[in-house]
Design a protein around this ligand. Sequence first.
Ligand code: SF4
Length: 342
Amino acid sequence: MITAERLALPYTDAVAAATEHLYAGVRRSVTRAEWELYAPYVARIETLKRERKAVVLAHHYQSQEIYRCVADIVGDSLTLAQAAAATPADTIVMCGVHFMAETAKLLNPAKTVLLPDLAAGCSLAESITAADVRALRAAYPGTPVVTYVNTSAAVKAESDVCCTSANAVAVVESLGARRVIFIPDQYLAAHVATKTSVEIVTWQGHCEVHERFTAAEIIELREMHPGIVVLAHPECPPGVLANADFVGSTTAMLAYVKERRPARVAMITECAMAGNLVDAFPEIEFMQPCNLCPHMRRITLPKILRALETMQPQIEIEPALAARARLAVERMTRVRRDAAPT
Ligand code: SF4
């Protein structure tokens, strides 16, 4: 988490003049005192972005002073990597976790990709290794491997095709196989299995954020807030999904809120997502049990600034491995994303 002692740059008149227009967009959720800590970093980052021809990408789970004030593109991990490819930027700053930065590098091999803190990992990505995938292939000969994008490049390189939580069913069915190995999220795999007749072999990986939600929390939420609409991410346990009104990816949840405008909604996913929407949808009341991703919280304004000043730390992927991993991602992009029922 950001602490006041790390936010040490002074809030000057010049900073105030350069950033005041940005404060208007976050004033419902950021206090004036907090803003005066953030603004000197926001101003300096904006200057360096221009000098370095850099684009800042922020995942939906990123904290709001990053998501709302310095990000050029926001979205899910794949959207971010694809969007970065379409920009003239030479440098990509990934405000997300390590596998997201790797995906950005895979799809933008000629660009410099910076991850402000290399220790920003992911319990799901770390639950499986390339050797584990080879062992699964040996145990299920001839069975294709579908790999969630929340994995390392080394795991993607051992896979036939990648998927996101938005297109997982469509990707599984696109293979025309009777059985697929679907890794590494056990709960996403269980959800996919309810939507297809393809037999799913999975792995015991979990997201440490989503696995903490419980069905009892959702039931209590409904009792306390009658009429609330519950949206849940498919990385949540099956009992949570069974008690939700809608199950979908972060992008699908955002689309639901934009299109249906529920009066009161709970987004059962990383806590920052709802916080990032408060200013954009002032008429909607966002309520939720709150679980934060400690890896996302490693990315801070001072670290983004330092990354742009030093052009470090950079993401590098061994070229032969990157070519195989890229192939798995590119195969996914040929499957229509909107074909997925999640
Ligand atoms: S929220 Fe879960 S899946 Fe996403 S980065 Fe954090 S640990 Fe990984």
